[in-house]
Structures are given as C-alpha cells and as structure tokens.
Write a protein that binds this ligand. Structure first.
Ligand code: MG
Length: 367
C-alpha cells in the first residue's frame, strides 16, 4: 500500500461557552483546526486532525500545521502508511522538530491501519481496558464564584474531575481554588492548572495558602527546574504537562520524581505513534497519565479515546472530550460523552467519517 495524496482542510471550531481563558490573560474564542486526509493506492483513506491551543500556548500555531504539511507531504508520497515506524523516521528526517505538524499524518495512518485490518485503533494500541474512560472538564478562567457555578453545572452533567485554569494573580487563584473545592464532594478530583503562569514566589504562596485542601497542582511555572522546586516544597499531588514534551524529558522527570501524573498531548509529542511510546513507558514505570491533545474536534476526540481506552485503568488519571466544548461537528462516529465518560469506537480505524460539507474546500493538496 502506498500514500498517493495528502490533503488538508481548515475547520473553525467556535466554543460552546464563547471563550476559553487561561493563564497570563490568554484566550481563544474560535479554534482553528486542520483535518488531514491521507489517500492510498488501495482506495483506503485515513483522517487525522491537529488543533493547537491558539498560537501562544505551545510552540505550535494553526497556520504552522498547514505550512509544515506543505513542506513535509511531498516526502511521504509512495511510502506505506501501515509502516508507522518507518513513516515516522521519514517524517523526522524530512522536517526536524515541529512534532505537531506530523501528528495529523501519523493519526491518519493509524486510521488506515485500522481500516486495512478491520480493527479499531484501540485494539491496535493494546486493547480496551475497562468499560469507559473518565473525563476531566477544563474550567475557563473567570472570577472565583463564576468558576464554582460552572463546576457545579458540569458536575450535574456527570463529570467528577475538574481542571481549573489558574495562573493569574495568586490572591485570585487562591480564591478560585477555595471556591471550587467548596462545591465538590470529597471524592471529586480537583486540579489547579497554572499553565506555566506563576513565578516561583507566586507558586509558593498559592500552594501554601491551599495546603489544607485536596487539590492537585499542575505545571505551576514556566521551566522544568522551577516546577521541580515547587514540587519539592509542596505535599500536593503534582502534574507536569508543558514540560513533558519528549521521551527524554519524561525520563529526566521520572529520575527526579518530579511529578505524580503526566499530561500527554498527542500533537505535543508528534502523533499517536510517539505518544504510545511515552504512554507505554509510563505504564512500565507506573506513572499515571492524563491522555489528551492540545485541542481539537471530533477526530482528535476519537484519537484520544482510542489511546486512553487502551491505557490500563489504574494509570489512566483522566482524559478529555474536546468535541463537547465546540459547536461544530466535523465527523460522524466520534465518541459522545455520557455521565462524564467516553468510549473508544468499535468500528475499524478511528471510527470517524468526516462530514465533507463541514470540511469545505481543500486548503492544500500534495500528490
Ligand atoms: Mg495542563
């Protein structure tokens, strides 16, 4: 089987809540997502999706996905999409770095492998663990009382894990964490995600001020070293996200016992193949994970569900259903949240069928 064509579509995904705000005053109102279509000489077609969280979260931006694909795609013509190890080597030789550019192609090729074998990707990734995958809900940064009301509403929809967007002024963030913990039951999980937004002294103030509360602290500061320092000063369960962008960083952080949970995002690591590699190593070392992506619609949500559902339950901290945050449905067959959980599809491949009227015209095409 050979890749004969790679095309991309641009899909705008407005947010159900109107806006998503996080540390440092950053916000997004409409996500700019790229759907990648990989055609083969067998007639099988695979789909992937890449959606950065705006241009200022990770070193990734929406137009960069398309620009990178224009550079990368000509090198992939004629390669067998089922040979994912070889394909990833070809991508890494053709374009140094830029993992998010490669993520959509890799995802589409997993879709093709599934369709070619008649198996859902969850089976190819190791098999389904448990009935369903527990989700967290990200809570956009707002005044404390408003965030508490939002959490209470999502809790009534079945979520039991909440990730608060903090990382602004320590005084406001302390109030946010306290207001939200107040409306939760003891068994509910609360994560305060500063998204690199605190300086060292700010992170120290916040963690000390909420020392009496059951709350996880996620990526408090910009650098790994700063996070490690906070980690060593606090008793809160600790999550690393932005700092864990490679296998090397995972091993270094593990060696330092720098976290209790890592957050794996498919496009941050460069696709399903590379995220599986990190996931499997975390399983082998007993590190719990949140399995997700930077953002996305139905195709990203499907890919997340396959990867998360094929992760042993005891090491699967949470996952996410980005397609329920946006107003546009771009594919049929994607997982739909039920009682705060999702399940991977049982259909071959990713189990999604893009809706071409929503994808619109091709914005790039390489043959
Ligand atoms: Mg995070």
């Amino acid at each position: 089987m050979k890749i004969t064509r790679i095309a991309a579509y641009r899909v705008l995904l407005p947010l159900v809540e109107g806006a998503y705000r996080w540390s440092g005053g950053k916000s997004v109102t409409v996500f700019d997502s790229t759907v990648v279509e990989v055609d083969t000489d067998s007639g099988l077609v695979g789909y992937g999706e890449v959606c950065p969280l705006g241009p200022s979260y990770l070193p990734a931006y929406a137009e960069g996905v398309r620009t990178g694909l224009r550079q990368l795609a000509p090198h992939l013509m004629g390669h067998d999409p089922r040979q994912l190890g070889k394909l990833n080597r070809v991508m890494d030789r053709a374009l140094k770095g830029h993992p998010y550019v490669k993520s959509g192609v890799d995802m589409a090729c997993w879709d093709i492998v599934g369709k070619a074998t008649g198996l859902p990707v969850v089976d190819l990734l190791g098999g389904r663990f448990g009935e369903s995958v527990r989700l967290y809900r990200a809570i956009s940064q707002e005044p404390p009382e408003q965030m508490a009301r939002t959490v209470a509403r999502y809790r009534s929809e079945g979520y039991c894990c909440f990730q608060l967007k903090v990382g602004s002024s320590p005084d406001d963030d302390i109030r946010r964490i306290r207001a939200v913990r107040e409306v939760l039951e003891p068994s509910d999980i609360l994560v305060a995600d500063a998204n690199t937004g605190w300086t060292l002294h700010e992170a120290m103030r916040v963690t000390r001020a909420v020392a009496d509360l059951d709350v996880y602290i996620e990526q408090p500061c910009l650098t790994y070293e700063e996070c490690l320092s906070i980690r060593r000063h606090t008793n809160h369960p600790f999550v690393l996200d932005e700092s864990i962008d490679s296998l090397e960083m995972l091993l270094r952080a593990r060696n330092d016992l720098a976290m209790d949970v890592v957050n794996l995002k498919i496009s941050k690591l460069g696709g399903i193949t590379k995220t599986k590699q990190v996931r499997d190593l975390c399983v082998a070392m007993g590190i719990a994970m949140t399995i997700e992506d930077s953002w996305g619609g139905d195709i990203v949500t499907a890919a997340i569900a396959h990867l998360a559902h094929s992760t042993p339950e005891e090491l699967r901290f949470t996952s996410t259903d980005f397609n329920s945050y946006v107003t546009v449905r771009l594919a049929e067959g994607a997982p739909q949240r039920a009682n705060g959980t999702i399940e991977a599809s049982t259909a071959p491949g990713l189990g999604v069928t893009p809706i071409h009227e929503v994808l619109g015209d091709v914005v790039l095409e390489v043959t």
